[in-house]
Design a protein around this ligand. Structure first.
Ligand code: ATP
Ligand code: MG
Length: 330
């Protein structure tokens, strides 16, 4: 079986973007691949986190993975910081990465665009793609299922792996990207030119997996559209297009089918269909999350077993790296 690695960082409550761009796709891949899915807490701390919140959210995300259909019997589910090899490999790879290639990462540029002074940018944010490279390479992942926004980072991981292989000798599998079709990039509901992000300050810009039905309905009804008033799938109507993508990803429709369905109908009717599709999708997930969170010992068992299994694989790769670099074995 081919292997995949992926993760979500507990930097905020999970959004519809995380669900459609990542988690839902992971569940469908678990039959075909050997999967390592992590809650990447070390990535979350590249920006300030409230400790108690971070701890709570990390467990909630594990519950969301399972409630969304990811089976802990089939996949290795673990918390990144429980496998110290990630931090260790990250340093070894940092020393094989150039400032220039990290400076070119568009996500780093986006996340620091508003900051005028370098003094105010954490170096963790700059180095983040190297830690992500370690995450992927330690498991010798053949592929990484992510949203389109993470494609550049996976390509960097591939470059770093290739360079390491040619500097030392064949060590890493070169990872490919797997991007979902309609849900590759879910856009911000208030500004459909931007990606929906869990760290956004305006809660109307995103739908959370754990949002109550009435909140989902309100946020969708407030979603920015346009004054054209016709449900069409075009670049000129980015807001409507985004809602069509969401409906397609949830219900398995094709964009053209949705356009046909709402011919001659207004945005209100269209939006309410989108909202109901979301409520239908998330209601059972939310119930399962609550149930899982009420049995903490079960979750604990899952992440402990996951860390053990992940550590075993990660250590194998880490040893190889250390040896090739010239570190004396213990
Ligand atoms: P942050 O704003 O803190 O970076 P995020 O919402 O971008 O949060 P990440 O933890 O960075 O979430 O990403 C986790 C996974 O979710 C990645 O695979 C990423 O590609 C995917 N993802 C995030 N946002 C979207 C989106 N709007 N559409 C599709 N996939 C997304
Ligand atoms: Mg992100």
């Amino acid at each position: 079986k081919k292997r995949i690695f992926s993760g979500v960082k507990p930097s905020g409550d999970l959004t519809l973007g995380n669900y459609l761009g990542a988690i839902k796709n992971w569940a469908t891949l678990q039959e075909e691949y050997e999967c390592f899915y992590s809650i990447v807490d070390l990535h979350a701390i590249t920006v300030k986190q409230e400790p108690a919140e971070l701890r709570k959210r990390t467990l909630e995300i594990l519950a969301i993975y399972i409630a969304s259909g990811i089976d802990p019997e089939k996949c290795t589910l673990f918390i990144q910081s429980h496998v110290p090899a990630h931090s260790e490999a990250s340093w070894l790879l940092t020393c094989n990465t150039n400032m220039g290639e990290l400076s070119r990462m568009t996500q780093y540029k986006d996340k620091t665009a508003k900051v005028k002074d370098n003094e105010a940018i954490g170096s963790g944010l700059f180095n983040y793609p190297v830690l992500m490279t370690a995450d992927i390479l330690l498991y010798q992942a053949d592929a990484v299922p992510v949203g389109v926004d993470q494609k550049q980072h996976v390509e960097l991981a591939r470059d770093i792996a290739q360079r390491f292989n040619s500097t030392y000798s064949d060590t890493f599998v070169l990872p490919d990207v797997i991007v979902p079709k309609e849900a590759a990039k879910i856009m911000d509901l208030q500004d459909p030119s931007r990606k929906m992000s869990k760290s956004d300050d305006n809660p109307n810009s995103f739908i959370l997996i754990m949002d109550k039905p009435e909140v989902i309905r309100k946020k969708i009804s407030r979603a920015v559209t346009d004054s054209i008033g016709v449900v069409n799938y075009t670049d000129e109507q980015p807001g409507v297009r985004n809602l069509i993508n969401i409906l397609c990803a949830l219900k398995g429709y094709k964009p053209d089918e949705v356009v046909d369905m709402f011919r001659g109908k207004g945005y209100a009717e269209f939006k309410s269909a989108v909202a109901e599709a979301l409520v239908d999708e998330f209601t059972p997930v939310q119930a399962k999350v609550r149930e899982l969170l009420s049995e903490k010992s079960k979750l604990e068992e899952i992440y402990k077993k996951g860390a053990e299994r992940a550590s075993y694989e990660a250590q194998k790769t880490l040893r190889k790296m250390q040896k090739k670099i010239g570190l004396v074995p213990r």
